[in-house]
Write a protein that binds this ligand. Structure first.
Ligand code: FAD
Length: 159
């Protein structure tokens, strides 16, 4: 099994798209991620997975806090900015429980790191959820290496 086959198989799992944000003395840093899931209801825990080469890795270790921002269908450009695909764009952040969050996201989830697990070339951060803000909007979808929207999928079913 080669890397491409593994990536292709994992890409068949349709996900939302998040921007992970954290703040250190130098300022706020954001990174696009789809390796996110809910872990526990009591206590309320989530997990994110950050690659060993990502700048975000050491920044979360330093701040011990992060936010997960589930992007809305109209935020593909935001995803591309924080994936390094669109350069030199200014992005304003709001605040939730003191943590930086992305305005317009479908859900903003503020977290404090409660555990860290290094697994292969990624690090899993378990986040204890300290606050949540929700917006009534459709989410951005990522599937098979492409951005999609639920609206597009629904209309495809009814045709
Ligand atoms: P950089 O590459 O330095 O930062 C990312 C980009 O964000 C840069 O262009 C930077 O200028 C910009 N940026 C950061 N902060 C700000 C700010 N305050 N204002 C304006 N711009 C800013 N990688 C993972 O490790 N885990 C995942 O789950 C994951 N999922 C992904 C899902 C998708 C759909 C995509 C497209 C990418 C995913 N990646 C994931 C890859 C990851 O987003 C990129 O490798 C990213 O560039 C790594 O970010 P970095 O922390 O190394 O920082």
């Amino acid at each position: 099994m080669d890397d491409r086959q593994f990536r292709n198989a994992m890409g068949k799992f349709a996900t939302g798209v998040t921007v992970i944000a954290t703040e250190v003395e130098d300022g706020v840093h954001g990174m696009t991620a789809n390796a996110f899931m809910s872990v526990s209801l009591d206590p309320k825990l989530v997990v994110i997975s950050i690659g060993e080469k990502a700048r975000m890795l050491n920044l979360i270790k330093e701040s011990n806090t992060f936010s997960v921002n589930i992007l809305a269908a109209d935020q593909q450009e935001v995803s591309m900015i924080f994936a390094g695909q669109l350069k030199d764009r200014e992005v304003e952040f709001d605040r939730l429980d003191g943590k930086p969050v992305v305005p317009g996201a479908v859900a903003q989830i503020a977290c404090e790191v409660s555990a860290v697990h290094v697994e292969g070339d990624h690090t899993l951060f378990i986040g204890k959820v300290t606050d949540i803000h929700l917006e009534d909007a459709e989410p951005l979808i990522f599937y098979s290496g492409r951005y999609r929207s639920l609206v597009e999928e629904q209309s495809a079913v009814t045709q």
